[in-house]
Write a protein that binds this ligand. Sequence first.
Ligand code: FAD
Length: 318
Amino acid sequence: MSQVLVLVDHIDGAVRKTTNELLTIAARLGEPAAVFIGKGYDNAAGQLGEYGAKTAYVVDGEGLDEFLVAPKAEALKAVVDQASPAAVLVASSAENKEVAARLAVKLDSGLITDAVDVQAGDSGPVTSQSVFAAAFTVKAGVSKGTPVITVKPNSATPEAVGGGAPEVVNVSVTVSDAAKGAKIVDRKPKEKSGRPDLAEAAIVVSGGRGTNGDFSKVEEFADAVGAAVGASRAAVDAGWYPHSSQVGQTGKQVSPTLYVAAGISGAIQHRAGMQTSKTIVAVNKDAEAPIFELVDFGVVGDLFTVLPQATEEVVKRK
Ligand code: FAD
């Protein structure tokens, strides 16, 4: 069975949940193999085996941690040359999409970005992408070379298979001078809010202009359901919530299993960041708000009444 490579998303060996999701998807397509670039592999080995990686290509080389995306693409290319995989899976993020695009160019193969599902097909992986405010699902496959696919967070439920530590294949890479054009000068961990990371949270509760600057009810509901808090650009521009929480075309792209929009009208630029959510719920006091065209469940009402009721109900059932 051919290997399917998964680029491990980590900082010093602390592996993100998206990697577990990709290993689960990889198992549908072939034999999952992790590509670990940089330092800290020992911290990651157990988790990678737990989610099904049979092999781990551990790539080390001077500068791999120090520089930005270009060296990662070179490292991945070296592993692809060695492993001849059936596909390469990368979690969708701004940085990773650039790595994936550079890799596809180096391999002279096809790239599919922001897949929300990947299944085995007769002639390679078949991806699903959600477009035009989720009005269409596009199924696509790569017709030339090794498929390089970026997959949105929460596109699969990670399945722990209880495997042991993967077999390690050490790969040494010499980063080219051309790839050293941009360098990381500092890394500051984000202040911990106690809430999940917005980009990979399973539940996101967002507030918009309808909050009138008071996010307390949005936050209380989010905490009751263990969600990350997002915001529309109107709320961010008004200075009510940090820019890092903006969801949309010019903010974060989220794809949770549940997205709750409170006091958000549903402008196309907001939809662009949340339309692939599995279940969408809106609370809006205007029954004609465009967000209701998109939702699975809609509540016409005042968020300051509806959200506390929902919070109370959730807390009662815990
Ligand atoms: P509004 O459109 O003003 O809607 C507020 C809603 O709240 C209304 O539907 C109202 O009925 C409802 N409401 C009011 N009070 C209550 C209440 N008490 N209870 C319940 N409902 C209530 N926007 C983004 O979000 N993300 C982006 O990334 C983004 N990028 C953009 C990029 C460009 C180039 C441009 C031009 C725009 C972009 N926008 C983006 C802005 C976007 O067009 C909208 O202006 C914005 O999304 C509106 O935010 P909103 O829904 O919170 O506000």
